[in-house]
Design a binder for this molecule. Sequence first.
Ligand code: PMP
Length: 400
Amino acid sequence: AWSSVPAGPPDAILGVTEKFKADKSPKKINLGVGAYRDGNGKPYVLPTVKKAEKILSDAMQDKEYLPITGLADFTKLAAELAYGKDSKPIAEKRLAITQSISGTGALRIGTAFLARFYPGAKTLYLPTPTWGNHIPIAKDSGLEVKQYKYFDKETVGLDFEGMKADIKAAPEGSAILLHACAHNPTGIDPTEAQWRELSDLFKEKKHFPFFDMAYQGFASGDTLKDAFAVRYFVEQGHQILLCQSFAKNMGLYGERVGAISFVCESPEEKARVDSQLKIIIRPLYSNPPVHGARLVSTILGSDELTKEWLVEVKGMADRIIEMRERLYNKLVELNTPGEWGHIKSQIGMFSFTGLKPEQVDALAEKASIYLTRDGRISMAGLNSNNVEYFAESVSKAVKG
Ligand code: PMP
């Protein structure tokens, strides 16, 4: 039946891991994966997650289906984490929210909703570059994808003027995706002052802000600071859409816990949006998995566990920030040609090093160091045991 099915290309990021696995060198480093690693390069299960697992295991709850929109305790707590407990749309009962299959599932539902109901053009604007999966997710949902400028190769920083110009040039009422914090893959975010300007610009053009927040707390170590853009836009009266993921900030990657929410005009509008969310989700997967949502609600539902979790998430962010410092210092100490300040100023798991594809290839061949050819590295793959070796290898690759 499938004789005419063409072979598709491999996934760019997972391909890096394949090459890494095949390498026999004891010094090999995988900087492709977007998952946190501890100081010994090992996956990390948060202590609060272990405590929540124990609480759940002792409680032995049943395994019945969740409602289509998921665990109500979980979505309430997820909304409060993102928007704040005193947020107006929550208090005024006009936030439509549903549990999702992590951040990817939230994006898939959000784009499907836009394709079905957005009153403007069925187009989603994405930054250049963006997380690779944004493009196929939007297209599979039936949206057309257009892009706006974001990254400035020269400064290895934000091209804020280019970004504003493209957002201004988009037709009035365009749907535009914004990374709420820790932009993937660049690690470059607008400043708070720039977010304020963007909010004004969105108002002026009546654009629709579609926020993707996959790294709340994980970016800076502070869940409030990372939610600045989202909360500011909401305060300013924007009716945003927000995708959330608990993969990174609780280390729940494989549990697939996320949420998608829509700030509506009124409780009546919220009820209509809720009804259509159910109609979109039901034929996709009926209802979401229960365990991860229970873990998150056990943690966020307890003041004590929440306090501990905030320390743990800050610990992860701080370890990454320390690696940025050490990598920067070593590159400078080795007189590596070029400006490396961006290594320290970038935010979150990833760093856009500015390494060229040939240099990336040289790192793989000569030093058994693996990263994607766009020069993106996962900072989480660096630790005390390998950061110096990595810096020395980069320095050599740059010197040629
Ligand atoms: N958005 C962005 C920007 C991401 O980087 C990721 C994770 N790589 C996601 C969404 C979704 O991840 P997940 O489905 O694992 O929550």
